[in-house]
Design a protein around this ligand. Structure first.
Ligand code: LLP
Length: 440
């Protein structure tokens, strides 16, 4: 469900034409729909209403201040993984007391910062980390709230790079060692046990792995509640979205029919509620992608169309530095011309960026109308793990980000300038020992 649709042959975000926004703010341009984010959040809220629960939005998916501020206003909690994410949440009006601090390698500075800000809990990944947090909390004269991340050894059926709940993955404490780890945590004087957490992976399109994880962990949750008064069980994030839905320019509602294939919040809740409601603890969710993925697109402009042997390369002004998911996971973001152009013959093309790597492509051998230089294309479903994973590779300034709310648009991240590329860099102050090439 989202608010990108064609009106009179022109792709719009809510009440704004994307081509107008592209002219106004330039490209590459991330555009987010505020109403889509609200709808996604409220839909999960409604589906989970029978449970005592808190949605902790996974900040890593999209940490733009405007996005975080929307979640703060919706009453969301936050799943954070760094001091930087905590800082962003606080700057955006979020509350530290609603933050769960996860991550496999928190630094001492980050732990110190999070303790001082009184986060809801630390999600701890090892006994060694329990000791570090205990020591720092002791120094500050505090008791740190903790949850242990337990790895249930479940196959999530997703890309191996984003599978996290298998025994061989680096994450969490093995289920078989969990009770020992809790006993150890209980013995440390500057900690108190607040919960248990798991997260099995991302872009999961089927309820089964979630059900399996909850079924495996439920007996442990019950015992931990009895022994240590555990109050919360976070079942992580991971709900997938549809990336490959046929999205044809001119289709008024390209989302039509997609729900049938999708892991909707209703389906997710229907599968899990019966298992979770009997546990008698607060349930935390950590969704990222499912709340913001379909709420964003990356608009790019065609620079050139190059024909080579039998291939047609549509070279655009966004690159793998702006959206790395296709290069990293071969993730297929749908490419859609902003203007309905069914009158132009469709052909096969590779949509590629300008970066000096063959992995710099968005789609290969895709069917696309005959684009001309200057045409705009939208890379759909780029709201999650898009801008946050971008880089300045090839010395390309970071793209601008705009948020649309109904008929208004807001520049929520300025496009970087060339001078931003060298901010904080210095040449060294030493006489040149390079041979002088000038003659005479
Ligand atoms: N909780 C924890 C502990 C996580 O590690 C993650 C994501 C989430 C929640 C949110 O998961 P989500 O609901 O978004 O699936 N860069 C990859 C995705 C990496 C996900 C990392 N962890 C991508 O672009 O597909």
């Amino acid at each position: 469900m989202h608010h990108f649709a064609f009106h009179k042959g022109s792709l719009c975000c809510e009440q704004q034409e994307l081509s107008y926004l592209s002219e106004r703010y330039g490209t590459p341009l991330y555009v987010y729909s505020a109403q889509t984010i609200r709808d996604n959040f409220q839909r999960l809220e409604a589906a989970s209403a029978p449970l005592d629960h808190l949605i902790c939005y996974a900040v890593k998916a999209n940490s733009n201040l405007a996005v975080l501020n929307l979640f703060a206003k919706l009453g969301s909690g936050f799943d954070i993984v760094s001091g930087g994410e905590l800082y962003r949440v606080l700057q955006a009006g979020g509350c530290a007391g609603r933050c769960t601090f996860a991550g496999i390698g928190k630094t001492q500075e980050e732990i110190d910062y999070a303790l001082k800000e009184s986060v809801h809990c630390f999600v701890v990944e090892s006994e060694a980390e329990l000791e570090i947090i205990n020591r720092i909390a002791g120094k500050l004269g505090r008791r740190a709230p903790i949850a242990l991340r337990i790895n249930p050894d479940v196959e999530a059926g997703t890309h191996s790079y984003i599978t996290t709940g298998k025994a061989h993955n680096k994450f969490g404490i093995d289920l078989g060692c969990a009770e020992e780890a809790y006993a150890y945590a209980a013995s440390l004087p500057h900690l108190f046990i607040r919960g248990i957490q798991t997260h099995i992976g991302s872009q999961i399109l089927d309820c089964r792995p979630f059900v399996e994880a909850v079924e495996k962990l439920s007996p442990l949750v019950v015992r931990l509640k009895e022994c240590y008064g555990v109050e919360s069980f976070s079942i992580g994030g991971g709900m997938g979205i549809v990336y490959q839905e046929a999205l044809e320019s001119g289709t008024p509602q390209w989302w039509e029919g997609a729900d049938a294939k999708l892991l909707t919040p209703e389906r997710y809740a229907a599968a899990l509620l019966p298992l979770l409601s009997s546990l008698g603890v607060k349930i935390l969710f950590e969704p990222g992608r499912s709340l913001v993925g379909n709420a964003g697109v990356l608009v790019t402009q065609v620079i050139q169309v190059k024909k080579k042997f039998t291939k047609r390369f549509v070279i655009v002004n966004a690159g793998m530095n702006d959206l790395i998911r296709p290069a990293l996971y071969e993730a297929p973001h749908q490419v859609v011309p902003l203007k309905h152009s069914s009158h132009l013959a469709a052909g096969t093309a590779d949509v590629v960026g300008p970066i000096c790597e063959s992995g710099d492509f968005f789609l290969q051998d895709t069917t696309l109308p005959n684009c001309q230089p200057g045409d705009y294309l939208a890379l759909m479903s780029a709201g999650a793990y898009g801008a946050v994973m971008s880089s300045r590779y090839n010395s390309r300034p970071l793209a601008a980000e705009v948020m649309v709310d109904n008929s208004r648009s807001f520049l929520v991240r300025e496009r970087e300038k060339l001078s931003d590329l060298i901010r904080g860099e210095h040449t060294i102050d030493t006489p040149s020992n390079a041979p002088h090439l000038e003659s005479g």
